[in-house]
Design a protein around this ligand. Structure first.
Ligand code: NAP
Length: 344
């Protein structure tokens, strides 16, 4: 390896499918040799690991994900990494890439699906949050499915995470009146004071249907749903005529063994509302458009985001379990290795 004499690779593995909310015992740990590079591959050192709610569904080993995990397999996941050694014509040592290294310090890649990053344009962790897959989800779901008009009321749940932060601020830039839903007073304060939402409702604080009625007196024109369940039910009781609901995530149900019954859909009829399912992978061609727009807003101070960073690969199971309980405040990331290795 070019810059490092390290020969061991710490990994977090899949141990078993969680029952209910995940616990650290659902994961294992091991140490292997750093993999060697074959022709057409490169070796990279993980800098940042993304923690995403969908990993909980991957751990169910449901058929909808391409990833299948057996006990002892390294946990899958998106990362930002530095290329250390390359036998691939399009990657060189020193390149910074977005690559699916999973929950480990080193991995080899064939280059498929790998995105080169410009380390000078934005902090690297953003490529896993607001300038990556979650940001694209919030952007595409708002611009192409939710389509808020100026002055319309746009409501977004899990509004301080990377998807919600992006959806809400994109809607604000489109001229909508944005109302957040979040799980603590601190998150709501941040949504109003930093993200520029007109209001934010803490769904753990009393009657959500009544609080939404107060925050959205003319009804909800667009709802960007990141959680499903009781929150979705409360929103449907407050819809404006012709409302659009973007079904993005159902985190409330990810840790349940049996999906809960859906909300009563009568109000959808009354409001002549439409619901559309969002899958970010249908919009991957829009990544450059999203990155260009949102990185310009970040540079101009017109777009804010938070990261919730835990330190070291060993902290990943605990941090993931916290995320699945709403314990994160901002994009959940693990700092796996330093962005610059000490010289010498
Ligand atoms: P995130 O907001 O950083 O984290 C999840 C948040 O969900 C928690 O912090 C918590 O925030 C909230 N939450 C609400 N009810 C919860 C419950 N019962 N249990 C645990 N958490 C609860 O996550 P993200 O990465 O931005 O993702 C947001 C949603 O988008 C997720 O549902 C995810 O699966 C979905 N998603 C969908 C696509 C797609 O293609 N459709 C792509 C990416 C992500 P509060 O404390 O504010 O409630």
């Amino acid at each position: 390896m070019s810059n490092s004499s390290t020969t061991t690779n710490q990994r977090i593995t899949f141990a078993r499918s969680p029952r209910g909310l995940p616990v650290p015992e659902d994961f294992g740990r091991d140490v292997t040799p750093v993999p060697t590079v074959a022709e057409g591959q490169f070796l990279s050192r993980t800098l940042w690991l993304s923690l995403d709610p969908y990993y909980r569904n991957v751990m169910k080993n449901s058929q909808i994900y391409a990833d299948r995990l057996a006990a002892g397999d390294v946990m899958v996941g998106e990362t930002v990494a530095e290329v250390m050694e390359s036998r691939h014509s399009q990657f060189a040592a020193g390149d910074i890439v977005a690559v699916r290294n999973g929950w480990q310090q080193y991995a080899v890649s064939s280059g498929q699906g790998v995105r080169k990053l410009d380390a000078s344009s934005a902090p690297l962790g953003a490529a896993l949050g607001v300038l990556g897959m979650p940001g694209l989800t919030g952007y595409a779901g708002t611009v192409y499915l939710g389509r808020p008009l100026p002055g319309q009321t746009f409501v977004v749940s899990a509004c301080t995470g990377p998807v919600g932060t992006t959806a809400g601020q994109v809607a604000r830039h489109m001229g909508a009146r944005v109302v957040g839903i979040a799980g603590s007073a601190a998150k709501c304060e941040y949504a109003v004071n930093e993200l520029g939402f007109v209001a934010c409702v803490n769904y753990k604080d009393g009657d959500l249907t009544a609080a939404l009625k107060q925050a959205c007196p003319d009804g909800i024109d667009v709802y960007f749903d990141n959680v499903g369940g009781d929150t979705l039910a409360a929103v449907t009781r407050n819809l404006a005529l012709g409302a659009r609901i973007v079904l993005c995530g159902m985190i409330e149900a990810y840790s349940m063994d049996t999906p809960p019954p859906g909300p009563w859909l009568g109000p959808i009829v009354g409001a002549r509302a439409t619901m559309s399912g969002l899958v970010v992978y249908d919009h991957m061609n829009r990544m450059p458009e999203m990155v260009k727009l949102i990185s310009a807003w970040i540079r101009d101070g017109q777009f804010r985001y938070r990261e919730d960073v835990s330190e070291g690969i060993a902290s990943a199971p605990q941090a993931f379990c916290a995320l699945m309980r709403g314990g994160n405040f901002g994009k959940a990331l693990v700092r796996v290795g330093p962005e610059r290795l000490p010289q010498g």
